[in-house]
Write a protein that binds this ligand. Structure first.
Ligand code: PLP
Length: 411
């Protein structure tokens, strides 16, 4: 059944790159889970900063610097409000990976001791696994994995058993970038807190796709990245609970993050500056602020409704496709706007290449989730993911492209 654009206007023209043709074919962009395309309003905001307001921030009092600082801090205020956080608890970083490294370095180094346990899920992106591995190795702590069931959901009974080991931290993705699973973060956080653990959430896939209200989730750290949320590259966000941010030491140190520097030691400035050493990602933060405005103008509930309808349609079409298996929960309500799949007899790399020739852009590979790949005995998968500009026509082109894959590979 074709998905009507009832929740959202046709946005194709607002994403300039989508008007391009490659090899005489229009672009069917189904890789927003890797990086989203940039709407014109965000591009305009970045150009406007460089054209009209270029100056550093927080480093002087002349009018240009005041304008740049207002744009930068204004973006932070709107981004914080979007997720129900506060500007003091909203730290700009380079990306989600940097946000998670901030947690492992600043919190992990001062809170983990020999013999402690950290829980991560089997479905984590490497950016929520490798930093924990390094800090655990340094501190002599252990990593345990919350298993994933065959249906792509977390095994919450196993989780309860793991909590008996009194872990210091529970780390999980809000939405899996491979399975699409939406994890019950609030419930997982409640159980973790009861057991005395802090909760660290990788919200990278969730922020652009579903409503996220941080006070309702009641987690301790929430990391995400700008370039998957219609913002520029080079900007990420870490929201942290104020008491924790005040307690833990800085990660990157140098200019801007200090209050006073003496010959032998220094003191730190107020939040969030304590965690933002060096010249800020000014244009990137301003761009991300406008990306959040763009999401809010469309309405995150409308975005979710639109992408849920597309995901349901895709799963329906996939169910009829010969030799195709979808990974992850089968009910679209349980998943974000993406689907990883296998096509019997076809290697994902070949699928990606043949679809690419047809103008259909999908992600292929291990998706930076090798423990999960191993759990499901997979080397790699093909993943299609949606954003606000997609429509049923994109699904038609994907399905047509997959028929071309079958014909080309003589399946
Ligand atoms: C679930 C998830 N977490 C973290 C990341 C890392 O994001 P970044 O590379 O912007 O730090 C990604 C990106 O693929 C992701 O999908």
């Amino acid at each position: 059944m074709a998905t009507e654009l009832t929740h959202i206007r046709d946005l194709t023209a607002e994403f300039p790159v989508l008007s391009r043709e490659i090899g005489g074919r229009p672009i069917t962009y189904l890789d927003s889970a890797a990086t989203s395309q940039t709407p014109q309003v965000v591009i305009d905001a970045i150009v406007d900063y460089y054209t009209n307001h270029r100056a550093s921030v927080h480093r002087g009092v002349y009018p240009l610097i005041v304008e740049a600082t207002d744009l930068y801090e204004g973006a932070r205020e709107r981004i914080a409000a979007f997720l129900g956080s506060t500007p003091q608890e909203t730290i700009f970083t380079a990306n989600a990976t940097a946000s998670l490294n901030l947690v492992t370095h600043s919190w992990g180094r001062t809170n983990l001791d020999a013999g402690d346990t950290v829980l991560v899920t089997e479905m984590e992106h490497h950016s929520d696994v490798v930093p924990w591995q390094l800090i655990c190795a340094e501190r002599g702590a252990n990593i345990e994995y919350i298993p994933v069931l065959d249906d792509g959901k977390l095994d919450l009974d196993a989780y309860d058993r793991l909590l008996e080991r009194q872990p210091k931290a529970v780390c999980l993705a809000h939405i899996s970038n491979v399975l699409g699973t939406i994890n019950p973060v609030a419930e997982i956080a409640r159980r973790a807190h009861d057991a005395g653990a802090i909760v660290v959430v990788d919200g990278t896939q969730a922020v652009p796709q579903i409503p996220v209200n941080l006070p309702e989730l009641d987690v301790d750290f929430y990391a995400w990245t700008g370039h998957k949320a219609y913002g520029p590259t080079g900007i990420g966000v870490l929201h942290g609970r104020r008491e924790l941010l005040e307690e833990i030491p800085p990660f990157i140190s140098g200019g801007h993050m200090i209050k006073q520097v003496f010959e032998e030691s220094s003191t730190w400035t107020e939040l969030p500056g304590k965690f933002e050493a060096g010249t800020a990602q000014i244009a990137e933060a301003i761009g991300l602020g406008v990306a959040v405005d763009f999401i809010q103008e469309l309405g995150i509930d409308n975005i979710r409704a639109h992408e849920l309808a597309l995901t349901a349609e895709l799963l329906e079409r996939f169910a009829d496709f010969p030799g195709l298996t979808v990974h992850g929960p089968l009910d679209p309500a349980d998943r974000g706007a993406l689907a990883s799949f296998a096509l019997e007899g076809a290697h994902p790399h070949d699928i990606g290449e043949i679809l690419g020739r047809e103008g259909v852009c999908v992600r292929t590979g291990h998706h930076c989730a090798q423990p999960l790949m191993r759990r499901f005995n997979l080397g790699s998968t093909t993943r299609a993911s949606f954003a606000v500009h997609n429509s049923s026509a994109d699904i038609d082109r994907l399905i047509a492209g997959l028929h071309t894959v079958r014909a080309t590979l003589q399946l």
